[in-house]
Design a protein around this ligand. Sequence first.
Ligand SMILES: N[C@@H](CCC(=O)N[C@@H](CS)C(=O)NCC(=O)O)C(=O)O
Length: 131
Amino acid sequence: MKLYFATGACSLGPHIVIREAGLDAELDKVTFGAERTTESGKDFYTINPQGAVPVLETGNGETLTEAQVLLQYLASLAPAKNLMPTESFAKWRALETLNFIATELHKGASPLLRKPNDEIRDATHKNLQNR
Ligand SMILES: N[C@@H](CCC(=O)N[C@@H](CS)C(=O)NCC(=O)O)C(=O)O
């Protein structure tokens, strides 16, 4: 299993779950620049055409993207650790929280990473305060 990650990015979530679950995973750091290369020397666009982390190579020939899916997949590999509720209403509450983080917080904050003008920055802050 291998996790492609970047410093200061949302790939930190799956990285934490790998550690908490006690899973054995290789890490490959992606550097964001004009080109996206991995520490192991790959063109990251050949791994994920979107150029975004996190990406998980599962070790059984499959590749997964989308941080919240990776979190659930990784948690499912270590059920004894109880990292993700799988039964009762707690499961739906956890899914609600993961979706909120992905859509409202993560993507809600994304405009701030793109050097926004004052109008966009203020609107983004206002929206995030509500969330
Ligand atoms: N929908 C994806 C988005 C992943 C994403 O936006 N990752 C950011 C880092 S937090 C990234 O790699 N951005 C680089 C880019 O989009 O060019 C997910 O939830 O995993």
